[in-house]
Structure formats: structure tokens, C-alpha cells
Design a protein around this ligand. Structure first.
Ligand code: HEM
Length: 472
């Protein structure tokens, strides 16, 4: 300070969006503002301010579970309108969070992936069947659409023994369409004045949310032997699936501490939560990974070589559970894709008490601070060319040399993603099977555009395919 006085804290730049409003791509707008104003700024909208943070230094502090916990920001409050107290949107002190977390954790340990592997493989083969036809007739594939079909069918089958049969449909399953509209409603509602009138969009949202709940009730009824034959509900049932899947645990497992089970209203919220959280983000991650491989022939060749080493020129490889641990480069490709475009691109932290972030930015008890993950992933710790796709950033030596707080695609702490191993097992397997089998052709000279529906996906990304020959 010019007067020589010691300032207890620094002013945070305030960006006032009251006049212009939120853009239709709020995440990319927030990134542009971070580039302009630096790694911490406050965004003012509707008379309310939110601090957005994107430096390693400050995210390291926000990750301190003593000082901060998960915060439910407005976007997640909106998602609560249809996912209630499911794991993702539950408040930290809501008893159902700890209860469901304790009951479901064992289902997501690395070893449990062995249970899901057959369902994952079954759905991966559906992608190959579909893409083989595209390779044969030369028509392009819409990458994000097909990855979404794949991840939805996988979480449906592996988690709930429910088959959405997405590859037998020309348009997405109605559940997906309703869900995407619910997510879009949650996002566009961010730009609206709180407390405004009930609109047509709100009514449409209500109808979609009711439809989601009805599909889920059907899935539950099928399992519990209730009426499972409601007319017009799409999807075939596979009730023979083991009851040690997620739904089986939700219905049957008792809490280690008090012996109670989850109540039905909460189970419905959990199923909706898992169907959404379990597929939107993984689908985007796979789509971005394919985009980067298409644009980086050297990385594609390395990924192909790795798959070739496992499966040779077998036309129909049969990946084992253990094989997926033998694809470290493919895994690095996914990690790097999630660095550049973490598909759940922001998460919020709530201060436990009044504090100074970085010793200089005051944050009040209860206040939310949002981490802008794609900008954290471009912090100087990533070197001087952070936009460059480079999977070797995740080679073991490079990872060991870097702070764990530099990379947060799965959030942080106790409320970090429970499905991380699930997502990585599923995505690594499919990616390896795809590069093993196909030549990827950039028929439209695709330029990356990002579509935001709370999660991120490449917009309008298509490619054509050729079957690889041993010479490729
Ligand atoms: C939480 C990202 C896949 C289920 C989270 C969070 C992030 C995230 C950032 C923390 C959100 C916050 O702090 O507010 C991702 C990404 C995925 C992925 C990038 C794929 C690449 C999955 C899958 C499942 C899943 C496959 C389920 C099978 C959940 C659940 C939570 C969560 C239930 C809430 C956990 C809790 O608060 O207890 N995820 N996720 N996610 N994720 Fe994922």
C-alpha cells in the first residue's frame, strides 16, 4: 500500500454481470473471465456474489477438509429439485448422505469393478457392432451420442440390472432426453432472477422430473416384484442380474452403525442420481479422449500399440478384468482429456468458519467458493503450454512430482466422486477396444466446440471409421 500500512487482505476483482447476464455457456464465460481477471474473482449476478478460484495455491487450501467442506451451489440446488437428497446433491449434515455413503462405498472399491466388468464388456461390444456397420457403409458416427448410449446402458445394466437398449434406438432413450432437459433447466435457471414467476419451462421441467421418477419406480418395482409392467415404459428388464449390484445394496444392505436400510424415497433419489452422475460425465470424457486421439496421430499410435500388445490382431478380443490394468497409456489419455476438459467442470467448497484464503482473501463462515476446474488444470504448474494435449503429463514420475491438488476432475475429499474407478474402468476398456479395431478419420476437419448442459461435451463431433488391418 502506498501509505505503508499493512493491509490485512487484498481486494478481489468483482465482475458484475447484472447488466449482461449469464451467457448460455456459463462455464466458458467463467473461464474467459478468469483469463481476464486472474485466478480469483467475484462474479456478481442477481445481487449475489460468488467467488471463483482457479490457482493451485488457493485450491490446495480449499481442499483442506478442516477449513472447507463441499458446498451446494445454486446449480446443485437446482439439481436437488429432481435428485433430492441423493449422494451428489445431499447436504453434508443430511443424515442420508453418511448413511448412503457408508452403505454404497464397498460397491465402488476397486475390487468391485470385477463384478461390473461383464456388463461393461457386453455394452462395449454393442458399440463395436454399431461402429462396424458404420465402418462398412462409410457413414459418420456422432461420437458424443454413441458414448452416451454406451455409458447409460452400462450404468443401467451394471448398477440396476435394467437395460436401456440404447443402440437399438435411432434417437436417445426418452429417459436421456428428459434428463438432459432437466440438466439444461438447472443451468438456464442460473441466469434467471431468483423468486421469479413459475414459467412454462418450469412446468415442462416438472413433467420431465416426474417422468424420470416414474422410470425409476419401474426399475425398483421390477426388482422388488411389484407391478413392473406399466404401459409404454421403454427398456427391457433383466431381473436375473445379481442382487449385489447397486440397487440390491440400496434395497437390502443395512447401515453398519444402526442396522437400518435406506428409505424408498431416498432410494429413488439415489437411482436418479446414479443414472445421471454415472453416465453424463463418463460419456463426455470418452468423447474428448477420442477427439484428442483423432487430432494427435502419435498418441493414437501409442494407444494402438498398447492394445495390440494385449490383443494382437484378434478380430474379437476378450478383455479380461486384469487387462484393463495393463493399459497405462490409454489411462493417461483419459486423464489428460479430463485435464483439458473436466466434464464436471466446477465444484464448490463452503467455509467452516471465517477465514482468509491464501492469507489475504476474506471468506465468511458458510460462504461458498467455486473451483473452476478447467482453469486449475491450466495453472502454471502444468508448464508453459497447458493447452497442449500431452498424455505423458500423467506418466508415473511426472505425477509423483506434482501436487495432488493440481488435478481435481473428480472433486476433492470426502465428497469426491464415488464412481471414479467405475468410470475409469469402463472408459479405459472401451477406448482401448476402439483404437484396437478402427482407423479414425477426421472427415469433417472437426474444430472443437464445447456444448454445456451443466456437463461438458464436444459439440457436433463426428468422424468416419475404417477397420484396421494388421498393416495399420
Ligand atoms: C461426485 C466427477 C463418474 C457418481 C462427483 C464430483 C465430481 C465428479 C467432480 C464431486 C462434485 C462436487 O464436489 O460437488 C465425475 C467425472 C466422472 C464421474 C468427471 C467421469 C469421468 C461417475 C460415475 C458415477 C459417479 C461413473 C457412478 C457410477 C458420483 C456420485 C457423486 C459424485 C454419487 C457424489 C458423491 C458424494 O458426494 O458422496 N463426480 N464423476 N460419478 N460422482 Fe462422479
Amino acid at each position: 500500500a502506498a501509505d505503508g500500512a499493512v493491509r490485512p487482505y487484498e481486494e478481489v476483482p468483482v465482475v458484475d454481470l447484472s447488466a449482461t447476464g449469464l451467457s448460455s455457456t456459463p462455464l466458458q464465460q467463467a473461464m474467459a473471465l478468469a483469463r481476464e481477471h486472474g485466478p480469483v474473482y467475484r462474479r456478481r449476478l442477481h445481487g449475489h456474489e460468488l467467488m471463483l478460484v482457479s490457482s493451485l495455491e488457493l485450491v490446495t487450501e480449499l481442499s483442506d477438509e478442516e477449513r472447507f467442506a463441499k458446498g451446494i451451489a445454486v446449480a446443485l440446488e437446482n439439481v436437488r429439485e429432481f435428485a433430492g437428497d441423493g449422494l451428489f446433491t445431499a447436504y453434508n449434515d443430511e443424515p442420508n448422505w453418511a448413511k448412503a455413503h457408508d452403505i454404497l462405498m464397498p460397491a465402488f472399491a476397486l475390487g468391485s469393478m470385477r463384478t461390473y466388468h461383464p456388463a461393461m464388456l457386453k455394452v462395449a461390444r454393442r458399440v463395436l457392432d454399431s461402429w462396424d456397420r458404420r465402418a462398412a457403409d462409410g457413414t459418420p458416427v456422432d461420437v458424443a451420442d454413441d458414448m452416451t448410449r454406451m455409458t447409460l446402458d452400462t450404468i443401467g445394466l451394471a448398477g440396476f440390472g435394467f437395460d436401456f437398449e440404447s443402440f437399438a434406438r435411432d434417437t436417445p432413450h426418452p429417459f436421456v432426453e428428459a434428463m438432459v432437459r432437466c440438466l439444461e433447466w438447472s443451468m438456464t435457471r442460473l441466469g434467471r432472477q431468483p423468486g421469479g414467476d413459475y414459467t412454462e419451462e418450469d412446468a415442462a421441467f416438472r413433467a420431465d422430473a416426474d417422468y424420470l421418477a416414474s422410470v425409476v419406480d419401474e426399475v425398483i418395482a421390477t426388482r422388488t416384484g411389484g407391478s413392473g409392467d406399466a404401459d409404454g415404459t421403454p427398456g427391457a428388464r433383466d431381473a436375473s442380474e445379481a442382487s449385489d449390484d447397486l440397487l440390491g445394496l440400496m434395497l437390502g444392505a443395512t447401515h453398519p452403525a444402526d442396522g437400518t436400510t435406506l428409505d424408498l424415497a431416498n432410494i429413488r433419489n439415489q437411482v436418479i442420481t446414479f443414472l445421471i452422475a454415472g453416465h453424463e460425465t463418463t460419456s463426455g470424457a470418452l468423447s474428448f479422449a477420442l477427439h484428442h486421439l483423432l487430432k494427435d496421430p502419435a498418441a493414437l499410435r501409442l494407444a494402438q500399440r498398447e492394445a495390440d500388445e494385449l490383443w494382437g490382431d484378434a478380430t474379437d478380443p476378450d478383455p479380461s478384468f486384469e487387462d484393463i490394468g495393463r493399459l497405462p497409456f490409454t489411462r493417461q489419455v483419459l486423464n489428460e482429456a479430463l485435464r483439458l476438459w473436466p466434464t464436471a467442470a466446477a465444484f464448490s467448497r463452503q467455509a467452516s468458519e471465517d477465514t482468509l484464503l491464501g492469507g489475504r482473501y476474506p471468506v465468511k463462515a458458510g460462504e461458498l467458493v467455486t473451483v473452476l476446474t478447467p482453469m486449475l488444470h491450466r495453472d502454471p504448474v502444468w508448464g508453459d503450454n497447458p493447452e497442449l494435449f500431452d498424455p505423458t503429463r500423467f506418466a508415473p514420475e511426472a505425477e509423483a512430482a506434482r501436487s495432488p491438488h493440481a488435478y481435481k476432475p473428480f472433486g476433492t475429499g470426502e465428497r469426491a466422486c464415488i464412481g471414479r474407478q467405475f468410470a475409469l474402468h469402463e472408459a479405459t476398456m472401451l477406448l482401448a477396444m476402439l483404437v484396437h479395431r478402427y482407423r479414425l478419420v477426421d472427415h469433417a476437419d472437426y474444430r472443437l466446440r464445447i456444448k454445456e448442459t451443466l456437463t461438458l461435451k464436444p459439440d457436433g463431433f463426428t468422424m468416419t471409421l475404417g477397420r484396421r488391418t494388421p498393416a495399420d
